[in-house]
Design a protein around this ligand. Structure first.
Ligand code: GDP
Ligand code: MG
Length: 645
């Protein structure tokens, strides 16, 4: 069990830890000189039954609250020290508020320096402390009157702490491994060592992990737990890990960084969170308040944005988005503390409900409702509540990481919810099945309406379709639904146009005559379509007139505008797409399949046309360029139907 001290400066925290353990935790020369704790210090002891107690002794001075926060991050037992002569002082209050916000429920109070006061005064201070703790997470914890000078009460307190350690249930040993770094240093001969509290899971020598948010791969070379060599460390331990890794730098291990299982690496700068504003805060929280956010052992600057319109008044709670100036690693339920811009005062804090805040819609009521649903602790219930409100897709990968769900567990929860799954750029999304079917129906209806009102057009582009829908689906969701409808032949795509398969606009007699003539000319050189001016010349017509006709033929789905001054027949475009598809499927020795050089060779359309066509394919969402080659995003059949065969 790890015990953190807390309380006002000079109230005897360091002296008491020394009296309990025999270890002086003020180890820095400056601390010795000033008789003042600046950095968290550490001490360990073992009881008669082998119970281990670790102490984190934190500074009490108001200037070092950030260091105090680093010390109490991830501990679960507190020793609140209040001097019997001074009684409750400002940092006694601030520390208690912080411990309450961090949700720390176990601990003991030491009324210290009782050698300086009479019994009545000690009792009076005990009363003050009880009043202060009333209504907090630490209400009703036991109190001990002690003196580090005379030794009064020290043995009784030590016995109590050892008994508590014996009974103490380890936190989150089931989760994946996470350790919040509070110190790092280079040790001659060993290399980089980081220390901190293991928040979840376990680690063994030889394990491969990641530094987050840096993303640096590391291997665990050596482990010490509570200052002794160990083969493994697990949740609830304080550990020192000796790390190795290619290009590993100490800069990658600042206070507040994590050593973690690679599956939990998800740096973020935007988090939705539950926030409680302390009653002591000077004024309500308004939108975009500049703050210091303390999360795990570290802190970053950033802003608080309100989710919803109403300011949060002192003593009240609400949902906020934390917008951070630098990325942090954080998961669902992680506690955080907010201090004011000048880092003088603790304003409040709470816990993270969504480490991956949506980029938009902060003021929409739906966003607040989503945060509320995500605040639910049980993942299955949270997902159900979320689906009820959102109707939008849910990033299931993010959901699983945020809650540290194992793949089996995630699968079980997702399949129990009535979801439709769909992929988008290496990610997996889900929407309520009912929402999916409603969107299908809406798409079919929108196209039917469009065809009725715009008889001379074959259809509309996908982004135009999006604007015709009242449900405002995301690009990913609409694309997935359209893809399914095309696969089931409920709708068709011809070139850029989406339409109902039955819809065939009939060209007027003049357009039909032009088309017959033009088709022959455009296809005269196989796949090499002529430029607009060459076509006009061949037709002995004015370029602008030819252009007008081509645009009409384009809306009829007969030609596609590959570039501003070049039109291909749909059949040519489909054939070219077929070539691209074939090339992409046949992997070459150098790993590049669909390159411009190879495409030019296969199609015989020459250098300039090759570039025009491939860039058109990129714009049409058929291919995506990566370096010299391209990969296929959707089938040519999905884009051009069977016009090429
Ligand atoms: N008389 C008396 N003085 C104490 C006791 N504990 C600490 N002190 C003195 O109080 C001062 C502050 O103690 P320290 O442990 O550094 O307090 P911290 O700032 O809370 O860590 C030092 O001068 C100590 O010698 C005690 O039990 N009795
Ligand atoms: Mg001290």
């Amino acid at each position: 069990m790890i015990v953190a001290s807390a309380g006002h400066v000079d109230h005897g925290k360091t002296s008491l830890v020394r009296a309990l353990t025999g270890v002086d935790t003020d180890r820095l020369p400056e601390e010795k000189r000033r008789g003042l704790t600046i950095e968290p210090g550490f001490a360990y002891m073992t009881g008669p039954q082998g119970e281990t107690l670790g102490f984190v002794d934190v500074p009490g001075h108001e200037r070092f609250v950030a260091n105090m926060l680093a010390g109490v991050a991830a501990i679960d037992y507190v020793l609140l020290v209040v001097a019997a002569d001074d009684g409750v002082m400002p940092q006694t209050r601030e520390h208690v508020a912080i411990l309450d916000l961090l949700g720390i429920k176990s601990g003991a109070v030491a009324i210290s320096k009782v050698d300086r006061v009479d019994a009545a005064r000690a009792g009076e201070v005990a009363g003050q402390v009880a009043q202060l703790l009333d209504g907090t997470s630490l209400a009703d914890i036991p109190m001990y009157e002690v003196s580090a000078v005379s030794g009064t009460g020290v043995d009784a307190l030590r016995l109590h702490l050892l008994a508590a350690a014996g009974k103490h249930a380890r936190a989150n040993t089931g989760g994946r491994f996470r350790l919040s770094i509070d110190r790092s240093f280079n040790l001659t001969g060993a290399g980089l060592v980081v220390t901190g509290a293991v928040v979840s899971g376990a680690v063994a020598i030889g394990d491969h992990l990641l530094l987050s948010p840096a993303g640096q791969k590391v291997r665990i070379r050596d482990i010490r737990v509570h200052d002794r060599p160990a083969a493994r460390a697990s949740a609830g331990d304080r550990a020192a890990l000796n790390l190795t890794g290619d290009r590993l730098e100490r800069e990658q291990t600042p206070r507040g960084a994590w050593v973690l299982d690679a599956a939990l690496h998800a740096p973020t700068r935007n988090l939705d969170a539950r926030f409680h504003l302390l009653p002591s805060a000077p004024k309500p929280v308004k939108h975009w308040l500049p703050v210091h956010v303390h999360i795990a052992a570290g802190h970053v600057t950033g802003h608080l944005a309100l989710l919803g319109a109403d300011p949060i008044a002192p003593g009240e709670s609400g949902f906020v988005e934390l917008i951070l100036d630098e990325p942090v690693g954080a998961l669902w339920g992680d506690r955080y503390i907010v201090r004011d811009q000048s880092a003088r005062q603790t304003l409040g804090g709470g816990f993270v409900v969504n480490p991956f805040a949506p980029p938009r819609g902060r003021t929409r009521p739906q966003r607040r409702a989503m945060a509320g649903a995500l605040a639910i602790a049980d993942p299955a219930q949270a997902l159900a509540a979320l689906l009820e409100i959102s109707g939008q897709e849910i990033d299931l990968g993010h959901f699983a990481i945020g809650r540290d769900l194992r793949p089996e567990e995630a699968e079980r929860i997702f399949s129990a919810a009535d979801l439709r799954f769909f992929p988008a750029v290496d990610r997996k999304f889900g929407v309520p099945a009912a929402h999916w079917s409603a969107l299908r129906a809406e798409v079919l209806q929108a196209l039917a309406d469009l065809h009725q009102r715009l008889t001379e057009h074959l259809g509309c582009r996908e982004n135009t379709l999006a604007t015709l829908l009242h449900s405002h689906p995301s690009v990913f969701l609409l694309r997935a639904v359209v893809r399914e409808l095309i696969a089931q032949a409920q709708i068709a795509r011809t070139g850029p146009w989406l339409h109902l398969p039955s819809h065939r606009p009939v060209p007027g007699p003049a357009d039909l005559a032009s088309w017959r003539q033009m088709e022959r000319l455009i296809e005269r050189d196989a796949l090499r379509a002529p430029s607009l001016s060459a076509l006009a010349e061949a037709l002995k017509k004015d370029t602008v007139e030819v252009m007008k006709t081509l645009h009409r033929l384009e809306t009829l789905g007969l030609v596609v505008a590959v570039a501003k001054n070049r039109f291909f027949t749909l059949k040519q475009a489909a054939k070219l797409a077929g070539i691209a598809e074939r090339l992409a499927a046949s992997e070459r020795e150098d790993g590049t399949a669909l390159t411009a050089a190879v495409f030019r060779e296969e199609s015989g359309i020459g250098r300039n046309l090759t570039i025009e066509v491939l860039e058109y394919f990129d714009r049409a969402g058929f291919t995506r360029r990566k370096g010299a080659s391209r990969r296929i995003l959707r089938s040519s059949g999905e884009l051009f139907g069977n016009a090429g065969s």
